[in-house]
Design a protein around this ligand. Structure first.
Ligand code: GDP
Ligand code: MG
Length: 162
């Protein structure tokens, strides 16, 4: 069995864009509308020398449910099967209440979690990163999934966490 790396985070932070960048596919649906990705997507990516299964937790859908409970359930399911979790936040939006809720969930698991601040393009790295310090997860790995920046460093960190 290949190790599983799960991408979690609230809607619209760029999880599917990151999934596509790391798997070099367009399989995951990228949308401007929060909560639009409907299915969990699986792909293969390389983490250091090792092939891994990458999971994009877009949405397991239940549109009637509030985004918060939906997001929380996805996180739990993905985290359960993951060796490493990429917790994605948006450097553009800064820290949100939904981010904090996900962190609460992640703390209850014993998985390795990497904090990934996406959408760093056009922003000062240290300014963007400072907002997330209060999560107590250390310096975020800063990336731009859209511009394929920081992905090598991210995958090196993931390899160390495997
Ligand atoms: P998801 O809901 O977390 O899967 O987010 P998506 O991957 O669907 O992306 C949501 C929006 O953010 C889309 O409009 C993307 O084009 C945009 N986006 C994703 N990554 C980046 C990035 O690195 N920089 C910027 N500026 N926008 C991004
Ligand atoms: Mg998505």
């Amino acid at each position: 069995m290949l190790p599983v790396v799960a991408i979690v985070g609230r809607p619209n932070v760029g999880k599917s864009t990151l999934f596509n960048a790391l798997t070099r596919t367009r399989d995951a649906l990228v949308a401007d509308m929060p909560g639009v990705t409907r299915d969990r997507q699986y792909g293969i990516c390389r983490v250091g020398p090792r092939p891994c299964v990458l999971v994009d937790t877009g949405g397991l859908v239940a549109q009637a449910e509030g985004i918060d409970s939906l997001t929380a359930r996805q996180v739990r399911q993905a985290v359960e099967e993951a060796a490493v979790v990429l917790f994605v936040v948006s450097a553009r939006d800064g820290l949100t209440a939904a981010d904090r809720e996900i962190v609460e969930d992640l703390r209850r698991s014993d998985r390795s979690v990497l904090l990934v601040a996406n959408k760093i393009d056009g922003l000062e790295h240290h300014v963007a990163a400072a907002d997330f310090a209060e999560l107590g997860m250390g310096e975020p790995l800063t990336v731009s999934a859209e511009h394929r920046r920081g992905l090598e460093t991210l995958m090196d960190a993931a390899a160390d966490a495997l």
